[in-house]
Write a protein that binds this ligand. Structure first.
Ligand code: PMP
Length: 369
């Protein structure tokens, strides 16, 4: 229920714009554990990890995340943004080479700026360009890093890790996967996109956040022990920033338990993705969703603002991604599915999508219309 900013009245909306993919932000077990944690620990810790902010609970989460990611160790940050900036600026130095996907998140790019590395982007998911950039004569004496995302946040497509990871091994490069949107939902056990592609062992470093599947905020890096130990003292956004409070740590630990004990949540999410895919195909959309993020590109003939208002009036919350955040010909509605959506919820969304495409885009005929 929301207070409608247009009418100032209370209104029930269906949420199709949250990264709370498994419903953990409202899960009864998570709520209960967090309430207990408040009673036990209070709300905060009041210090950074290398002073008073490193507790048994904090270590427990680092270990649990390492186990989720099939990695040797993990390190926590107060946001996913801080994790990427801390990782990249600490590990990559002047003289190293970085080859990264052009759609990489701002936090990765900001880390690169701080690292002052020799960085070059390749066309989104273009394996030929990645390969040719890796094969180019490397005059620098440093390491070569490759940066991709498991699930791309604006389009919901995946990096083909089954191709990227072997290519990186062959070229002796260090592979960094930002799995902000894949952690907890991709792969059989929710380990992430590397598990989905069965290449866990070939990924050197994974970044994840607590702001998506876990429904809170915070971030982490998983990697080998030497890398994590190094980052513990050189990732400045870790060292010089206050530790996540026990309530947040507890909610992520509880969320991990839910994922482990209720694997059916991931299955339901995948069924919902299949269900909406079928529905969208029936409506004539030519898309093939690979994750819980579905980008509905808006034709240039459609006024996206008017269309977005129609979704709102119909009680559907979707994110409207508009120019100048993206070029005019790439404006889109970004739908995020959750395991907690019912078939009825998805049917309602499909009905309104059909309505919007008929009302606001008269030039394109939907098959179903
Ligand atoms: N990487 C990716 C791919 C993201 O989508 C985001 C969040 N939009 C981040 C990093 C930053 O994470 P956080 O919001 O937890 O700081």
């Amino acid at each position: 229920e929301i207070i409608d900013p247009f009418t100032k009245h209370k209104k029930r909306m269906l949420m199709f714009g949250s990264n709370n993919y498994l419903g953990l932000a409202n899960h009864p077990f998570v709520r209960e554990q967090v309430k207990k944690a408040i009673d036990k620990f209070g709300v905060g810790i009041g210090g950074p990890p290398l002073l008073n902010g490193y507790t048994n609970l904090y270590r427990e989460l680092e270990e649990n995340l390492a186990s989720l990611k099939h990695a040797e160790d993990s390190l926590l940050f107060s946001s996913g943004y801080a994790a990427n900036v801390g990782l990249v600026s600490a590990l990559i130095n002047h003289g190293d080479k970085v080859v990264y996907d052009e759609y990489s998140h701002a936090s990765f790019c900001d880390g690169l700026r701080m690292a002052k590395a020799d960085a070059i982007s390749f066309k989104h998911n273009d394996m030929n360009e990645l390969e040719s950039l890796l094969n180019q004569n490397n005059s620098s004496s440093g390491e070569t890093f490759v940066g991709v995302e498991g699930v791309y946040s604006m389009d919901g497509d995946l990096a083909p890790l089954d191709k990227v990871a072997p290519l990186c091994k062959k070229n002796n490069t260090i592979l960094i996967v930002d799995d902000a949107h894949g952690t907890g939902v991709m792969g059989e056990t929710g380990s992430g996109t590397a598990e989905h592609f069965e290449v866990d062992e070939l990924v050197d470093i994974t970044m994840g956040t607590f702001s998506k599947t876990f429904g809170v905020c915070g971030g982490f890096i998983s990697a080998s022990k030497p890398i994590i130990n190094y980052l513990r003292f050189f990732a400045r956004s870790h060292m010089f920033s206050a530790s996540l409070p026990p309530v947040i740590i507890t909610s992520v630990l509880a969320g991990l338990k839910v994922i482990k004990n209720q694997l059916e949540l991931i299955k339901t999410l995948n069924e919902n993705i299949k269900y909406i895919s079928k529905g969208l195909k029936k409506l004539g959309f030519n898309i093939n969703p690979q994750s819980a993020i579905i980008a509905l590109r808006v034709p240039e003939t459609m006024n996206i603002r008017e269309a977005a208002y129609h979704f709102h009036k119909a009680g559907i919350f979707v994110n409207s991604i508009e120019y100048p955040a993206v070029p005019v010909n790439q404006q889109r509605f970004r739908i995020s599915l959750m395991a907690t959506h019912t078939k009825e919820d998805i049917n309602k969304l499909l009905t309104i999508i059909e309505e919007v495409w008929i009302l606001f885009n008269r030039e394109i005929k939907l098959k179903a219309s």
